[in-house]
Design a binder for this molecule. Structure first.
Ligand code: 3PG
Length: 217
């Protein structure tokens, strides 16, 4: 099933994590889990990202690990080959979407306009990443889309924080938010896994629309 609605039910916040040193991969994943966050979107923005993804998939089976920043079919294939359980792209192109839809795992394509939302729905997917959420219009924008197109479900990401998350999570068409604030680079470099656990703990207590939205999927 390519639709990622169920992936959006795992946690009120999907941590968007960029790891430079693969040795940090397993400790970051465990720290997030210890804080109650059972999902991680690992961005393909570093040379060693696939190695980090592989380590998490192999060594931390309790966390759902997906690849983020998927820009090309080749990246999608490489991520699946090392164990990615879902794929996230910052935007959609017909070629990338066609390819990802053949891979038999949940796909969360990025959208920022009403036309893109309609195009993704046309392909049979209800769940989407709204990116970049803050600059693109924030909660007001998503609330406005919900009037004509209530069936689309969003994970707003990009400029979302612990403080701004509740305004998104109160919307009927938002299942969860995404953000990089849960795994700061400095915390990883200082091996401060407790900080990441604490940030995850705060995030996991945010109340989302997850129960409401679960009944819609
Ligand atoms: C992403 O790829 O989803 C964003 O880079 C995350 O945005 P943020 O750093 O503003 O949370």
């Amino acid at each position: 099933m390519a639709d990622a609605s169920r992936v959006l039910q795992v946690s009120p916040v999907i941590p968007v994590v960029t790891i430079a040193d693969p040795q940090h991969a397993v400790p970051v994943a465990r720290a997030l889990l210890d804080g109650g966050v059972g999902i991680i979107e690992l961005t393909l923005r570093t040379d060693s990202a696939l190695e980090s993804l592989k380590r998490i998939a192999n060594e931390v089976p309790d966390i759902l690990v997906g690849a983020g920043t998927v820009l090309t079919p080749r990246q999608a294939d490489a991520a699946v080959a090392v164990g990615a359980q879902f794929l996230v792209s910052p935007g959609v192109t017909p070629g990338l979407l066609d390819h990802m839809l053949q891979l038999n795992i949940p796909v969360l394509p990025g959208v920022a306009t009403v036309g893109e939302v309609m195009a993704v729905l046309e392909r049979g997917l209800k769940a989407m990443k709204f990116f970049p959420a803050g600059p693109a219009g924030g909660p007001d924008y998503l609330a406005a889309i919900g009037a004509p197109i209530p069936e689309a479900l969003f994970c707003p990401t990009g400029g979302v924080s612990l403080e701004s998350a509740p305004a998104y999570l109160s919307l009927a068409n938002v299942s969860c938010v995404g953000g990089s604030w849960l795994a700061p680079r400095a915390a990883m470099e200082n091996d401060d896994w407790e900080q990441i656990t604490n940030l995850a703990g705060e995030a996991s207590k945010l109340s989302g629309n997850q129960v409401n939205n679960a009944s819609r999927s």
